[in-house]
Design a protein. Structure first.
Lengths: 201, 316
């Protein structure tokens, strides 16, 4: 038994109410609801999913056809409306740079590695969300830093560069900072809570 | 379009705020606002109360004290008994009395669709005007009423809500924002608005735009009417919530644990919603405590202001 109802021209909640009436009175195996606005499409989809139907929607001109098939055993399962939006979510990576060298041991090697690391960081793409410089790390952001162009490029690509204000003051480098926003510990801590991943170098 | 203005306009049309503010002298400014709508509940007396609470709210959101009111009425004389109008106005009058406001007059027209609302005038010191601007990094955000009235009202229209739910939500919408406004005036508050048609995220987006700050919201901390989740899942989300999302979703980033239903409630248009207060973090806990113990039980910290210039709202 397949039924179709036309809910074009109806504002919410009328399309859901008409669908509800049909489902309750006739318990159709399959039904199709025609609506003409996005809110009605989403609401009818939700209602049918809530009732255990498997739902698909298609667009024809300015109309939407929402079709529901009665599921086999209507076990209550999380509906797409309940799970997070299905479009792929990029993660937010926060990189903390606490030194002007990478790793311990040879300082000259460490400096080279840090330059190489920051230059290669763009490979993270737009998942690089925050790049935070603290302690000796702030020296990477001042006028005579070798990686200044690299950092500016990262900033242009949309990463936020945060530079510790206390550290700049300590080294007397506040005026020499050439890239990024001066930040404080509260911001750093909040950013850590927001990030999906925090990488400490 | 160009609008007339002069040097005494403190808050005018150039930036959309809850109400207009006009300086009378160095110690006094007038707050003016007008608001009316079609019935949201069946009971005429309660509709009158809600319409008045909603109109008064704009004055409270600016930090002011409402003083005088005028009625605005559109009434279908041929279709409805005049006793209905009497009840609506009685509801409005009782609510403004509760607020310590006097009624000076009003105007009514014959209208095929019933409408009621009020124009309210309030007083404020010109230096103490609270607007949507002026978020400060580190501030905590406090919300004083739970969200979800749009969804619940849609379910009421659909005949789904129980009498008990209808009464509870009606009382919530009819509750004045007077208490939170009075209490917050004793604290270091930087910005304030009331939550209405654009939903929590829509109104927050207005505060964030141009602020140079971002917001972190704690999804789990945000108070919601319990039935709103159930009705939302059944498809009783008002069209306004979808419009609000479409308009502002570019400014909002949802964490993975924030499900679609929660997102819809954060975009749900509110009728006579609570105040959203941005207050210095050092006194935020004390303000919430005082609100809770003095007639605003749902008041809670829902997030904070971050000094990151992307002007986004992160919901976790």
């Amino acid at each position: 038994m397949s039924r179709e109802i036309d809910c074009r021209g109806l504002a919410c909640p009328a399309p859901v109410l008409k669908t509800k009436e049909l489902v309750e009175q006739e318990q159709p195996e399959k039904l199709s609801v025609i609506v003409d606005n996005e809110a009605a499409k989403q609401n009818v989809t939700r209602f049918l999913e809530y009732q255990g139907f498997v739902v698909s929607a298609s667009q024809e001109g300015s109309d939407f056809h929402v079709t529901g098939h009665a599921g086999e055993e209507t076990v209550s399962k999380p509906t797409p409306a309940e799970t997070a939006a299905s479009e792929e979510v990029k993660q937010k990576i926060m990189v903390m740079v606490g030194n002007d060298r990478m790793g311990h041991g040879d300082d000259e090697l460490g400096s080279k590695l840090m330059v190489s690391f920051l230059t290669t960081l763009k490979e993270m793409g737009d998942e690089l969300w925050r790049l935070v410089f603290v302690n000796n790390g702030v020296k990477m952001t001042i006028s005579d830093s070798e990686v200044l162009p690299v950092l500016k490029e990262l900033e242009e690509r949309g990463a936020y560069i945060l530079v510790c204000g206390t550290c700049l003051t300590h080294f007397n480098l506040l005026e020499k900072k050439m890239v990024g926003e001066t930040t404080n510990m509260l911001d750093i801590v909040t950013a850590m809570q927001l990030a999906d991943k925090v990488v400490n170098i | 379009m160009e609008f007339p203005t002069d040097e005494n306009v403190i808050v005018g049309l150039d930036r959309a705020d809850d109400a207009g503010v006009y300086r009378v002298n160095d110690d006094l400014a007038l707050i003016q606002t007008v608001d009316f709508f079609t019935p949201i509940v069946d009971d005429p007396y309660w509709f009158g109360q809600i319409a008045a609470a909603n109109a008064l709210s704009d004055v409270y959101a600016m930090g002011g004290t409402p003083k005088t009111a005028m009625n605005l009425v559109g009434f279908p004389l041929e279709k409805m008994d005049i006793s209905i109008l009497r009840e609506i106005i009685q509801g409005g009058v009782d609510k403004i009395k509760e607020a310590g406001v006097v009624l000076l007059g009003g105007h009514s027209v014959d209208d095929p669709e019933l409408k009621y609302g009020l124009s309210i005038t309030g007083f404020i010191h010109p230096d103490r005007v609270l607007t949507k601007q002026n978020l400060k990094a580190g501030d905590k955000l406090i919300l004083t009423k739970p969200l979800g009235t749009g969804i619940v009202n849609t379910a009421i229209k659909g005949g789904l809500a129980s009498q008990e739910t209808i009464e509870r939500v009606t009382r919530l919408m009819a509750r004045l924002n007077r208490k939170p406004a009075e209490i917050m005036s004793r604290y270091e508050v930087h910005a304030c608005t009331d939550i209405t048609g654009f939903g929590l995220l829509g109104h927050l987006a207005e505060m964030v735009t141009g602020s140079g700050q971002s917001i972190r919201l704690l999804g789990d901390a945000i108070p919601m009417i319990p039935e709103a989740r159930e009705y939302g899942q059944m498809g009783f989300v008002p069209a306004g919530a979808y419009r609000n999302r479409e308009f502002r979703e570019g400014m909002v980033e949802f964490g993975r644990s924030v499900d679609r239903l929660t997102q819809d409630i954060l975009f749900d248009p509110q009728t006579s919603g609570g105040l959203l207060i941005s207050v210095s973090r050092d006194v935020s806990e004390a303000l919430v405590r005082e609100l809770k113990s003095d007639g605003v039980p749902e008041a809670v910290i829902i997030g904070e202001v971050m000094s990151t210039p992307e002007e986004k709202i992160f919901v976790q």
